[in-house]
Design a protein around this ligand. Structure first.
Ligand code: G6P
Length: 370
């Protein structure tokens, strides 16, 4: 049946606020991280694949591509498995070196994106038969054509700018990381249980992040008057910066670019002046000190910083530095939380500019033809 808007003005807004429930439903019934989760049977098929493969190749488009880019940090960093991520439309048309020991992972909200399906078939044609999809539609072509699947339970997503599909994909990809890590002896069962415990806290944690909305609205008032924006992140938060920039482009039509903060000095710093707002995703990790010096470089050129600071960091409001502090530090799961204020920023900036939030010009929810 038709999905009701309820108290919301737009589907995108509704879908942003549905994320605690979407994640809870995606994790429902996951008692422990076992291969069964990925083959919908007794786990034999998934276990065989996880044992056989020695690397991961992720193929996807758009927002789903960015969840793949984030997952690479988990798959290499926690599960110790080499991982490449490719834009599906590039992979399908280039000459690549097929590796029969790759686990080919497609990520797709719809399960019908033409480029991603074609990339999957291309990989299969090259002899890569170990395929898995992280997908939000159980009846889709993608699920039918992959050997293994993890179905996210975001529910129907209507807003063209993907939000709850992204965070549930990240949850599915984190479970995949834990399963692969266990199969390769890099993550113990008890470590895995511990991570799963942390995942169960996500709905409550997301609720607390959503409560930051009034502060994000005040940022959006500034952004609505700008023509350009720069997003910086480091490590796994670089893909989150990419996703934040994509959201702003898609629905507010503001030119936005994301850079890994360490690259700032190699080009984009030339763009920074008082008209260039710089969003910085600043989690409390080993790269924080380096990120702070990147922020100084921006301030020194008159750039105004909008910092999404982690709990217990010492970054404070100051002239030209606007700080929103995250309620908690979320460890490895931090990207799932840090993306939410960026979704809200693009939503409120678009509202302030009066654009058609749910149906941005020139874009389609699902691109099923090339
Ligand atoms: C379109 C949508 C994006 C989406 C991308 C991939 O471009 O506008 O929001 O991320 O397709 O879609 P998929 O369904 O494969 O995740």
């Amino acid at each position: 049946g038709a999905v009701e808007l309820g108290p919301y003005r737009h589907y995108m807004q509704k879908e942003i606020f549905e994320q605690p429930r979407a994640i809870a439903e995606t994790l429902e019934g996951v008692v422990s991280v076992v291969p069964e989760l990925f083959d919908g049977a007794d786990g034999t098929a998934a276990w065989r694949v996880f044992k056989e493969i020695d690397n991961v190749l992720i193929l996807a488009c758009g927002t789903s591509y960015y969840s793949g880019c984030a997952a690479k940090y988990w798959i290499e960093g926690l599960a110790g498995i080499p991982c490449n991520v490719e834009v599906a439309s590039e992979y399908r048309y280039r000459k690549s070196v097929p590796n029969p020991r790759s686990l080919v992972v497609t990520i797709s909200q719809s399960g019908e994106t033409a480029d991603t399906l074609a990339a999957l078939r291309h990989a299969q044609g090259l002899g890569m038969t170990n395929t898995l999809t992280i997908c939000n539609v159980a009846t889709s072509a993608m699920v039918r054509e992959c050997k293994l699947a993890y179905i996210t339970r975001a529910g129907v997503e209507i807003g063209v700018a993907s939000t709850k599909a992204f965070t549930t994909q990240l949850a599915g990809l984190f479970l995949l990381t834990l399963a692969l890590g266990q199969a390769k002896g890099k993550i113990t069962e008890s470590e895995s249980d511990h991570y799963l415990e942390q995942m169960r806290h996500l709905p409550v944690a997301l609720q607390a992040v959503l409560a930051l909305e009034p502060q994000v609205v005040s940022w959006a008032e500034d952004f609505a008057r700008k023509n350009n924006a720069l997003f910086l992140g480091r490590g796994i938060h670089y893909p989150i910066a990419l996703e934040g920039a994509l959201k702003l482009k898609e629905i507010s039509y503001i030119h936005a670019e994301a850079y890994p903060a360490g690259e700032l000095k190699h080009g984009p710093l030339a763009l920074v002046d008082s008209e260039m707002p710089v969003v910085t995703v600043a989690p409390n990790d080993e790269l924080l000190e380096k990120l702070k010096s990147n922020m100084q470089e921006v301030r020194a050129r008159g750039g105004v910083l909008y910092v999404l600071a982690d709990a217990n960091t010492d970054i404070e409001n100051a002239p030209g530095i606007h700080v929103i502090r995250m309620p908690e530090h979320y460890g490895a799961l931090s990207p799932i939380l840090h993306v939410v204020p960026l979704q809200l920023l693009s939503y409120h900036t678009a509202l302030a500019r009066g654009t058609d939030v749910d149906k941005p010009r020139n874009l389609a929810k699902s691109v099923t033809v090339e």
